[in-house]
Design a protein around this ligand. Sequence first.
Ligand code: NAD
Ligand code: UDP
Length: 327
Amino acid sequence: MAPKTILVTGGAGFIGSHLAQRLFDAGHRVIVLDNFYTGRLENFGSRYREMLLSGRFEVIRHDVVEPITLEVEQVYHLACPASPVHYQHNPVKTLKTNVLGTYHMLGLAKRVGARILLASTSEVYGDPQVHPQPESYWGNVNPNGVRSCYDEGKRVAETLACDYHREHGVEIRIARIFNTYGPRMSVNDGRVVSNFICQALRGQPITLFGDGTQTRSFCYVSDLVDGLIALMASDVCEPVNLGNDRELTMIDLARTLERLLGDKLTLEHHPLPQDDPVRRQPDLQRARTLLGYEPRVSLEDGLAETIEYFRDELAEGPGAMTTAGRT
Ligand code: NAD
Ligand code: UDP
């Protein structure tokens, strides 16, 4: 593909930084826009200076709740905290990010004729009554619970994207991302994979919420980035699930980590958070058929990489800037 100028909002975050780096390595000019709520420049590790000096990479500190004028050809709109701990910290801000932020990015895409990909989420299915979840399922979402700022926010973001497409002809892509994990998650991210690994490495008990029989399906970040890029390159305007369809319980996850670490882990039960979905697994048929998408990294391999990353993070201490050779 000819080099393009590509905006990645939320580009200093976990997924965004992997995506921005992949696009940069493919020869594109990449503009990262981020308010650094959960993102950090350390995510670019030792490559940051080289990328900046290339003249093809720039970082703008900006909050998508405010409009911005930029000339770009593609927008990957990822700006939004993804961990329940972070998105529930300031729920009104999360809603503004999802609604006003998406509105501003769609307005930008419309003005410059850019194609825009919205990072939506499996949370639009809520606590699903259909299993696994195909894109045709409308979901089972609490409109006024503690997760609503995020899941209802993303549902409005999808509505906005579809209306900009129908009303203004904006070229939209909608990725419904399922639980994704890997290096560059922050130690205090609060999601289950980072919590369990960091607790295990610190010799602390594993905080298992509820009875641990709730399920999720975990996707390694490089597979997700493959899917996002394939979706952007496609002509598919409908939402597409992206993730990995191997489903497991949170107890299975703890046991898998136990095997990989070779240590016996102590499970400590905590109450299940409100509206925590009981089951979640993507139906990937649309992604497979229309994008040729196939997640390739096994849970064991992905967790092993992530364990090594967190070993380094914990050894360095959070926020250290000496992050050489990160994947
Ligand atoms: P993350 O928290 O690491 O990254 C989010 C990034 O957005 C951060 O860099 C943060 O600073 C930035 N940001 C937040 N609010 C902003 C604002 N108002 N203006 C500008 N920047 C802002 O999370 P992530 O896991 O990398 O998630 C990225 C995107 O993917 C999010 O939109 C999330 O909803 C979506 N998603 C992620 C997952 C997952 O499992 N990781 C699952 C479903 C959807
Ligand atoms: N969870 C857990 N212990 C933790 C963090 C999360 O048992 O320390 C559970 C949580 O209740 C949920 C699952 O793990 O059932 C996935 O949680 P996460 O926050 O990673 O993602 P989400 O609920 O948004 O899918």
